[in-house]
Design a protein around this ligand. Sequence first.
Ligand SMILES: *[C@@H]1O[C@H](CO)[C@@H](O)[C@H](O)[C@H]1NC(C)=O
Ligand SMILES: *[C@@H]1O[C@H](CO)[C@@H](O)[C@H](O)[C@H]1NC(C)=O
Length: 705
Amino acid sequence: MSLLPELLLTVLFGTQASFTHPGVILPQKELLGDTELKNIVKKSQRSREARETLGYNPRVWRALTETLKSGNDQLIANKHHLLPKVWDLAILGRNLLAAKEKAQDLSAEEGFEAEIRRLLDICIEKAGKPIASDLEKPAHDKEMQIKSGYKKVLITALQFLNNLMTQNETRKLHVWLHMFGTPSSATPTASSTTTKSTTSKKAKGSSKPLPSSGSGVGLVGSTTGNSGGSHNETVAKCNSLSAGFNAKYYKPGFMTEIPRLLQPDEIEPLPMILQSGVVAFEGTDQAMQAVRCKLMLAQGYGRNLLREVLIFLGAWEVDEDDFCYRMMSQVIEAILINGLVPYAYECFRDEKDIVTPAQSVLLKLLVSVYRPSAPIVGTSSSDSQPSPLDPFSFHPLSAPSAVGGSTEQHEVAPPIENSIPAFFVGVFRKQVLPPTIKIIKLQGAIRKGQEKKESFEYSLWDLDRIYEGVYQFLELLVLFSEDEEAKKVLLAGDKGLVADLVEFLGELDSAIPRWVASKAPPPTASPIPATVKEIVEDSTTKVSKSYMVERPFDVHPENEGDGEEDEERLPIDLDDDEDDDGRDDERGLAEPEDFTWPHIKRYLVLLLSGFAWKNKAVQNLVREKEGLQPILNQCMIDDDNPYIREHAILCIKNMLEGNPQNQKIVEELDAVQTVPSEVLDKNGYEHFIDESGRVQLRKLPERKM
Ligand SMILES: *[C@@H]1O[C@H](CO)[C@@H](O)[C@H](O)[C@H]1NC(C)=O
Ligand SMILES: *[C@@H]1O[C@H](CO)[C@@H](O)[C@H](O)[C@H]1NC(C)=O
């Protein structure tokens, strides 16, 4: 083993010569050297002793640095065939870092770390380079192959960075400075204004006041999160830690492109780096984690990278159980705890979107933070995923074990501070609802022939983005409404959110027809016919009878759709002539103006239902705003809004309870349209909270009251 460093030095000498003086070494000898290098790489994966012997040897790091430097030069000169050798060097470096402290120090001191950063930059450039469109297939394939080679090296280089900074505050800070720039350096959207505001609702675009002081004092934001004395200390500490920063190949912002190059299973080290730099898990210096969190958001490059990662999660529809998703939800939690979520939301704003894709994902992650998924049981989290504190190496079993794992799902949700619902309700009412309602009104006008189709200037793609944002907002509002304190915030202010939601539902109700996917089963097949009542019999309403398809009232909805379960729908023949001109069986959503906003009505009913519960002011307000009729109209099957009928019945019950005026209105309506019997049946049903925390309705066992 003691000869291993000597062997490696010899091999590296040859490798470097093959970089700098191609052809000088005989091909067979060169091949032999490559094989030997690979053997050493393998040893470094398997044997801790090998990692320590090599990783604690300054000469090894020096030689590695020189060799990698020459290799990088060749790659810049497009000598792509040398990439495999460079990759071996990067893998070796990454593995040696698993020996931690001393190896980390040496790799930085000897400049290997700086070369890896340069390599990272090269990889990003080469992997991101567009391929000429006029290439013949073989040439095209070759290019693709080269790009994919660079991606692999890129991933290894990211793993290297992660291993480099593991458990070292200073180094984490240095990596941060490299990724996002030093606070005094100009960043793309930096502004020198100082502000304390974390809820700067008026701030526009991304060029807005930074949360940090932005002055020479440096890295510590002036926002919440630090209490007096420790703040001072942190500033001092931070500034002294940044002193040893190696600015060689300093190129902040170089990571921004990465999310566009990689796929979910490839990008893991990046969210992991972010997580390990900002999340205050055990064994970290929590003040420093907070500093880095603020630094990330204070710097334009940091915000850009964060935005790209969020867009990435959305674009790939990354699953909530996915490692990247979980890492990022912890990052968002850190941002939340540091009081910067509103600021982040504003940063991701963009003039042309009602809600940008990054904002939608931010909202979604926020919901996950407040409503942690069931703890991930047993094996999946720790076995298949690297723990953030575990250095990457190809052979996880031999890697040094982590000091306190941190992938365990945090099961305790942070409390909802009032400022958060207040902020998001404000945004929703001012920025989201008005333009959305405008679109829906236009859809309605087109359906009624009052406006020309051509006046609808949104594509389905536009609508999808808007829809995603509205949907995530409603998810978040539902979550807030389930929290007593947050609910008060939602209801605060005169005729605030409730009036807006009533208006929204009213517009949807009149502009967007309900949709029924399947014909009713034959009456005899109905399992609980007694509870079913035809809603519309002799219809005097605009809903034609043939449109209505009744099905058994499912009082035990097992699995409330989450909006994800849109399986293929069979075309059906609706036979209607009043409401649905122009719509036919296909329902291919081919025309943007036919967009149906699935699940939105249901969320609105759900929210109003919760607000009205034992709240006379809300009950009255809904009546005054003429909201009872639109809610009643939802007491019907609509496959765009699963279980909306049940929710609407519950909602009406909540509207009527103890409110004679509301009861009177509904009874009057009953004269012209039959109101579902459940609505008026005071005792037959009860609410319960299902597994996912949603309010549901179920029938009580029959009993005499
Ligand atoms: C952390 O990194 C710094 C240099 O950036 C180094 O001086 C120090 O020794 C490292 N600490 C540990 C515990 O490895
Ligand atoms: C805070 O910093 C200032 C100057 O940097 C120093 O004079 C002061 O004593 C510090 N206060 C505390 C509580 O450490």
